[in-house]
Design a binder for this molecule. Structure first.
Ligand SMILES: O=C(O)CCC(=O)C(=O)O
Length: 280
């Protein structure tokens, strides 16, 4: 998706693309990070919505209500990318993802836990922490018919611990709405997606806004899905595209049978970050 500055236009466009994906057979549909606003600290307060107490009113969160209706109409799970959130009591801002079931019920949220604060001289400086606060929880969501997914946002992917915790707690898929840039995108986007897949022998889905060279932030694009062997099943270029992939448990099982790192870990030498504490 490309993200314009007009929230209503972006929500209407998300609806069209989600219904298109659902018509083509998709049962879990992912939108990009900050899918209904431009990306940048200067935009977060203007576009922020209030999600608590839940459910919010339509005035507090038009996006909550739009995504709920889209999920119900599409009869599909939707990971709603992310939006800037304003917590009304603390007045803190978060980068938050909302997940809806095929009946339109909210079944999970994730507040980005690792804020994108980087400074590569002459290339890119970005400090989300100038405006945002970090979420305080890792997120695993049960999709009753399919199993568990781990959900995190963009820069969160650089921290393998949260991916490993979700995988060891049984996630079959790690989802990252994200918006890498023209410096770190070519270096690390696909590498990190494939790395989290091969580390954990799970599927990984990355979903970015399309690139818009007229926007203040130039997103890398390249949404992709990697399988548990870290092969890329489908990948977008920089323009808007729907990426499709078929996921199945047998591929995870066969990958783990072939290269059995899942049962070869040495928790006598290092801790199990998931706290599950045993070989499986
Ligand atoms: O980690 C990176 O290089 C980019 C991260 C990012 O764009 C984000 O967290 O929004």
């Amino acid at each position: 998706m490309g993200d314009s500055a007009d929230k209503a236009v972006n929500l209407a466009h998300a609806r069209t693309k989600v219904l298109e994906a659902a018509k083509a057979g998709a049962s879990l549909i992912i939108l990009p990070e900050c899918f209904n606003s431009p990306y940048g600290t200067q935009y977060f307060p203007k576009y922020a919505e209030t999600l608590l107490p839940s459910p919010p009113t339509k005035e507090q969160s038009p996006t909550y209500h739009a995504l709920s209706a889209i999920a119900a109409d599409a009869k599909a799970y939707i990971v709603g990318g992310s939006i800037p959130e304003l917590e009304p009591t603390t007045k803190k801002y978060y980068n938050t993802s909302l997940v809806f079931s095929p009946t339109g019920a909210l079944i999970g949220t994730h507040r980005k836990t690792h804020l994108f604060d980087i400074d590569i001289p002459g290339k890119i400086r970005f400090k989300e922490s100038e405006v945002l606060s970090p979420g305080e929880q890792l997120t695993i969501i049960d999709l009753p018919e399919y199993g568990r997914i781990g959900l995190a946002i963009c820069y969160d992917i650089r921290f393998p611990e949260s991916a490993m915790i979700a995988a060891r707690k049984g996630a079959f898929l790690l989802v990252y709405p994200g918006a890498f840039n023209l410096t770190t995108g070519p270096l690390h986007w696909s590498l990190l997606g494939r790395a989290r897949a091969v580390d954990n022998q799970v599927y990984v889905a990355l979903c970015s806004p399309a690139r818009d060279m007229n926007a203040t932030y130039h997103a890398w694009g390249h949404s992709l899905v990697a399988n548990p062997s870290a092969e890329i099943l489908d990948e977008a270029a920089e323009e808007e595209t729907i990426v499709y992939a078929d996921l199945n448990d047998e591929t995870i099982e066969n990958t783990r049978k072939g290269i059995p790192i899942y049962s070869q870990r040495r928790f006598d030498l290092y801790p199990d970050v998931s706290g599950e504490g045993s070989h499986s």
